[in-house]
Design a protein around this ligand. Structure first.
Ligand SMILES: *Cc1c(COP(=O)(O)O)cnc(C)c1O
Length: 337
């Protein structure tokens, strides 16, 4: 059995609330959020809306819910949603866009998670013989592509396509703060091109639970109804929002450290002979291609280092604020032994 605490690199969702968060949770002033009366939830929503440059925000239990509520707000049944291949809204949200909103995805190619604006334009459907396009949705950073970043110019060009076509533009910004850190710009720059943005507080920022959808007052007003339909009306959710406010205050500034450690880990893996596409290592996620991924992951787990086998020959390792340099060093020793 390992004597040191295990090093959990499966995801940036595995962080546990800090003592300061626990204290804030215990002391949170709460009310019934379905009535809009939880002051701590209201503060969180207002704080994040203000930080990202939007009028309003809506707190929900998960990023899948914020994305799917946004899709419901923007689309009508029978429409298509243009998204980058591998997008979380389709790959990892269990067909919810079809079952809840009655819409289907239209993937566009996205090398390193970045779609070509002209391909997005070509994917827009207008003919009476086709499902009309209802929404364009981007993902920044792009999880499945390796936590890769969409450059600001590309997002602006895709916004131009959306405007030309009269379409709304949503961002799955589960890791939008990682994108801002990697681009070294304020979070407002990453969010500016979009009508709605979904932001996870429980990923790299370190909150135990929750995501926020930000947008105009009007869109967020509509989002309330769909959140309730999905069962996302959480009542005294201020106990969660209290922890999320601390994540929002302290989390963004720490992300550069996660990115530095991810690069360090990737380089160590390459030096040990692993196949890692260094071009994809832009934020806090490292993918390695190797045969028999699950067996390898199981063997590492016995030595106290956890990763995820995603498919038969891919391993994903994710950095977060509860992995310090010492733990990373230990992980590298195990992974490269
Ligand atoms: C994690 C994640 C989400 C939301 O996941 P939940 O587990 O539902 O909170 C959405 N989009 C991306 C890109 C993600 O990585």
């Amino acid at each position: 059995m390992p004597t040191a605490p295990r090093v959990d690199l499966r995801s940036d969702t595995v962080t546990t609330p800090t003592p300061e968060m626990r204290e804030a949770m215990a002391n949170a002033v709460v009310g019934d959020d379905v009535y809009g009366e939880d002051p701590t939830v209201n503060e969180l929503q207002q704080t994040l809306a203000c930080m990202t440059g939007f009028e309003a925000g809506l707190f929900m239990p998960s990023g899948s819910m914020t994305n799917q509520v946004a899709i419901a707000v923007h689309t009508r049944r029978g429409e298509e949603v243009i998204c980058a291949e591998g997008s979380h809204i389709y790959e990892w949200e269990l067909g919810m866009m079809a079952t809840f909103s009655g819409v289907v995805p239209r993937f566009v190619p996205a090398p390193l998670g970045v779609p070509d604006p002209e391909q997005v334009r070509l994917a827009v459907r207008r003919s009476i013989h086709q499902s009309p396009t209802g929404l364009i949705s981007l993902e920044n950073t792009h999880n499945k592509a390796g936590g890769t970043v969409i450059p600001l110019e590309v997002m602006a060009q895709i916004r131009k396509v959306a405007d030309d076509e009269g379409l709304p533009l949503h961002l799955d910004g589960a890791r939008a703060f990682n994108a801002a850190a990697a681009l070294d710009v304020p979070i407002t720059e990453v969010c500016r091109p979009f009508h709605t943005v979904s932001i996870c507080l429980s990923k790299g920022l370190g909150a135990p639970v929750g995501s926020v959808l930000v947008g105009s007052k009007q869109l967020i007003g509509q989002a309330h109804r769909y959140r309730k339909m999905m069962g996302g009306g959480m009542r005294q959710a201020g106990v969660l929002a209290a922890a999320a406010l601390i994540a929002l205050r302290d989390g963004p500034a720490r992300l550069q450290d996660d990115h530095r450690r991810a690069r360090h880990l990737a380089e160590a893996l390459v030096n040990a002979g692993y196949d890692v596409n260094m071009a994809s290592v832009q934020t806090n996620i490292v993918y390695a291609t190797l045969p028999d991924a699950q067996r390898k992951v199981d063997a590492w787990a016995e030595k106290g280092v956890l990763g995820s086998a995603l498919g038969p020959d891919a391993v994903r390792l994710v950095l977060h604020h509860q992995i310090d340099d010492e733990m990373l060093h230990r992980a590298i020793q195990v992974l490269t032994a």
